[in-house]
Design a binder for this molecule. Structure first.
Ligand code: ADP
Length: 421
């Protein structure tokens, strides 16, 4: 076995994002859906075990993450990478702190660095504060997230609220002085250390400083700087996917700002959109089944040449009103319905499927019965096309888009990119 880096992703799109960055940075990678029953046949240098643990209770997230880490270590992983969201997506009740501490204990690590920075997508950490583009996280739109409203951009504070170990900061003044400066600063630092990174150079520097750390906690950005520690060269692991076939569809359960813009753009471009009657989904399983039946019949009525779109995507005010009226179970009901629709679409012959939303992607991948994803060409930073086999060995190309990723023309751009690849 060639395994070097063992990764645990706390959601599906984030795991794809990480596998994508590793591949582009020179490390062959396979994403598995949960702890795999069989070791991947391609014998990759990195395995990203994708969990759906971002918003689950800390005890359960700890249990699942430890199980994944033990499996990765058993198969030879030399370093563990706990992949979290580049917008952190974890409130004071979140599980990043508890999972980090449990992994540190498992690995006997006295220190761990934490950086969600992903400059290619506008996520930068400066003086411990997370920025999305020009805005603080807490003013970026993420304060309205349906599941994890981020009201504080100070990651030292956010991480400390979730952790029993002290949390400190290594800031940009140290990072800009190179890997040795970071290593030296770590000697004086707290056990859990947020590290500033405002550009890719910083991530390469931090990556080099992580060479001997058993555990790193990061967004996908840090993966830029890790393959070099194992003697691997940038770009060496990029592979081609099989030729894409079948109809094109988009399933969108993300309510993030970027997805709202992308959906509005797709409508303006004339793509047919089936808007899920969200209130009906709150009325139980029978109504959910009725909606997905209706959606799949609608699909059969649409011209096959252009992509068709299924969306529950809504603006923050509407999401808030729906949540107030229907409570916490609504999100799961929407995810289940979109996943059911995705499965029906693949059975109908959709072979190219874009899914918008991290949680939504998790539900879709599970419903499709996908066990592993082969990583292909990148559509935009953080989102590659992937190839997978759904249940009954149906081949399907999947693009799993984290809510806030992609430009306004993402949906159409994704399909035309796949055609050209
Ligand atoms: P993102 O990647 O943008 O965070 P996710 O799929 O991870 O997207 O999360 C969005 C959550 O919001 C999902 O649980 C989804 O079911 C829920 N959701 C989708 N549409 C609506 C809506 N109209 N009202 C309330 N919640 C919604």
């Amino acid at each position: 076995m060639r395994l070097l880096l063992g990764c645990i992703g706390d959601d599906f799109t984030g795991s794809t994002d990480l596998a994508n960055t590793l591949v582009r940075s020179g490390m062959s990678a396979v994403q598995t859906i949960g702890v795999p029953a069989h070791y991947p046949a391609s014998d990759p240098q990195a395995i990203v075990v994708a969990l759906k643990s971002r918003t689950i209770a800390p005890e359960l997230a700890v249990k699942q993450s430890l199980e994944a880490a033990r499996w990765l270590i058993k198969h030879g992983a030399q370093q563990i990478y706990f992949k979290v969201c580049s917008t952190f997506d974890s409130t004071a009740q979140g599980n990043i702190g508890p999972v980090t501490e449990a992994l540190m204990n498992l690995l006997g690590a006295s220190q761990c660095i934490v950086t969600p920075a992903f400059p290619d997508n506008g996520r930068a950490v400066f003086k411990g504060h997370l920025f999305v583009g020009d805005s603080l996280l807490s003013e970026s739109g993420m304060q309205h997230h349906p599941l994890t409203p981020m009201l504080d951009a100070n990651l030292v504070r956010v991480m400390q609220a979730q952790s029993t170990m002290p949390v400190g900061l290594i800031d940009t003044a140290v990072v800009k002085n190179g890997p040795e400066a970071i290593t030296k600063a770590l000697l004086q630092a707290k056990p859990i250390v947020i590290v500033d990174a405002i550009n890719n150079n910083d991530l390469l520097t931090i990556g080099a400083a992580c060479k001997d750390l058993p555990l790193v906690v990061a967004g996908s950005g840090l993966a830029l700087g890790l393959p070099q520690n194992f003697g691997l060269q940038h770009g060496a692991a990029v592979t081609k996917l099989p030729v894409a076939q079948g109809r094109k569809a988009v399933v969108s359960g993300s309510c993030s700002q970027a997805t709202n813009v992308q959906l509005a753009f797709a409508r303006a471009q004339g793509l047919p959109v089936f808007d899920l009657p969200v209130a009906q989904l709150a009325q139980g399983k029978k109504q959910q089944a009725a909606v997905s039946r209706q959606a799949l019949l609608w699909a059969l009525d649409q011209a096959t040449a252009q992509p068709i779109v299924f969306a529950s995507t809504a603006m923050p005010a509407e999401v808030k009103a729906l949540q107030t009226q229907y409570g916490a179970d609504l999100a799961g009901a929407i995810e289940d319905c979109l996943a059911d629709i995705a499965l029906g679409l693949v059975k109908q012959g959709v072979g190219q499927l874009v899914v918008a939303g991290g949680e939504t992607s998790g539900a879709v991948v599970k419903a499709l019965g996908v066990l592993q994803l082969q990583i292909g060409p990148q559509i935009c930073p953080g989102v590659p096309w992937c190839f997978a086999e759904a249940a009954d060995r149906i081949p399907v190309h999947l693009a799993l888009k984290s809510g806030n990723f992609g430009a306004q023309n993402f949906f159409l751009e994704a399909f035309s990119q796949l055609e050209q690849s």
